[in-house]
Write a protein that binds this ligand. Structure first.
Ligand SMILES: [Cu+2]
Length: 317
C-alpha cells in the first residue's frame, strides 16, 4: 500500500518536472530543426518565430506556476485533512465572496497580460509593408510552384524522386540512411537572408497550406484567394516543411525545402536562373525546370548552414 503511494507521488512529480525538461532543451541542439525526443518548440530563424516562441514560453511558465499552486494546494488538502487523521468536513461552509472575487480577478489579469503582447505580435505577423521581394506560392495536387514576381523566374518543387521510389519500394527507411526522408524536393525555394520577403499564397485545385516551422508561420493556400505572409530569415540554411492541409491522397508527399543564401550568392543564383533558356515552367513538367543551377550555386551555403545536409544539394540528374 505504502509502496504504491510512493510510486504515485513519484509519477506525479515526474509529470510536473516535464516543463523543466522543456526548458533545459531550449539551449540544446539545433534551434532550427527538430531532433529526437524534442519536447519544446524550436526557436526558428525569423522574428515571427521568435515572437511565437517567446509568447509560448511566457504562457508555459504561467501555466507551470498555476499548476504548482493548484496541485500543491490539492496535495496539502488531501494529505493534511485526510479521514484517517480524523479530519471533519465543514458542513456549514457555502462560499467565500473574497475568494470568488480573487479567483475571478487573477485569471482576468493574467489573460489580459498575455493578450497584449500576443496581439501586438500577431498584428506584426500580417504587416507585409516594405517587403523587398515577393514570391508567389501556388499549391497543386501534389507539388508547389514558386514564382519570383517581377524576376521572370518560376519553378515547380516536388518530392525528390529517390524518396518517391523509396516509399513505394516497401523498404523501411532509417534515420541514419535517409535523414530527410520525405522532406526533400527536386527544386528548392532559394531565397536571400536579411531580406523582407513577402509570400503571396494560393492554390490551383484544392486547399493546401504552406508551412515551414522555422519561419514561424503556416498559411492556407486556397484556390481563388490570395493569402499573405512574410519572412526575414536571419541565417543561411535549409529549412524544411510540409503541406499542412489534408489535400488528397498524396498530401504527405509534397514537402517544402527553403534554402536561404547570403544575399550575394542569392543574386548569383538568380542571375543563373535568368540566364537559363526559357523552359516552360508548366507544373506538369517539372523536369524542364533546371535542377542543376540551384544545386550548384547553393553548395557554398550548405557548408555554412547549421543544419545543412550535403546530400540534398547535388540533385542534378
Ligand atoms: Cu497539399
Amino acid at each position: 500500500m505504502k509502496a504504491g503511494r510512493i510510486k504515485q507521488w513519484a509519477a506525479g512529480l515526474t509529470a510536473l518536472a516535464l516543463p523543466v525538461l522543456a526548458f533545459a532543451q531550449q539551449h540544446a541542439g539545433d534551434p532550427t530543426s527538430p531532433h529526437p525526443w524534442q519536447l519544446n518548440m524550436r526557436r526558428g530563424v525569423t522574428q515571427i518565430s521568435h515572437n511565437a516562441y517567446d509568447a509560448h514560453m511566457i504562457a508555459l511558465w504561467i501555466c507551470v506556476g498555476i499548476g504548482i499552486l493548484v496541485f500543491g494546494a490539492m496535495a496539502i488538502a488531501m494529505f493534511k485533512f485526510r479521514k484517517s487523521r480524523g479530519a471533519v468536513p465543514d458542513v456549514d461552509f457555502t462560499h467565500s465572496t473574497k475568494l470568488e472575487v480573487l479567483w475571478t480577478v487573477i485569471p482576468i489579469v493574467l489573460l489580459v497580460a498575455m493578450a497584449f503582447p500576443a496581439t501586438h505580435k500577431l498584428i506584426n505577423n500580417y504587416d507585409v509593408r516594405n517587403s523587398e521581394m515577393t514570391v508567389k506560392v501556388t499549391g497543386y495536387q501534389w507539388m508547389w510552384k514558386y514564382d519570383y514576381l517581377g524576376e521572370g523566374v518560376s519553378m515547380t518543387s516536388r518530392l525528390k524522386r529517390e524518396d518517391d521510389d523509396l516509399r513505394q519500394s516497401g523498404r523501411v527507411p532509417t534515420l541514419e540512411a535517409d535523414p530527410h526522408y520525405l522532406l526533400q524536393v527536386d527544386n528548392e525555394l532559394v531565397v536571400p537572408i536579411d531580406t523582407k520577403i513577402r509570400f503571396v499564397i494560393t492554390a490551383d485545385d484544392v486547399i493546401h497550406a504552406w508551412w515551414v516551422p522555422s519561419l514561424g508561420w503556416k498559411q492556407d493556400a486556397i484556390p481563388g484567394l490570395i493569402n499573405e505572409a512574410w519572412a526575414r530569415i536571419e541565417q543561411p540554411g535549409i529549412y524544411r516543411g510540409q503541406c499542412a492541409e489534408l489535400c488528397g491522397k498524396d498530401h504527405a508527399f509534397m514537402p517544402i525545402v527553403v534554402r536561404a543564401l547570403p544575399k550575394a550568392e542569392y543574386q548569383q543564383w538568380l542571375a543563373a536562373q535568368k540566364a537559363q533558356p526559357a523552359a516552360a515552367p508548366a507544373p506538369a513538367s517539372p523536369a524542364g525546370v533546371n535542377p542543376t543551377a540551384p544545386a550548384a550555386n547553393a553548395e557554398p551555403a550548405t557548408a555554412a548552414a547549421p543544419n545543412s545536409d550535403a546530400t540534398t544539394a547535388p540533385v542534378a540528374g
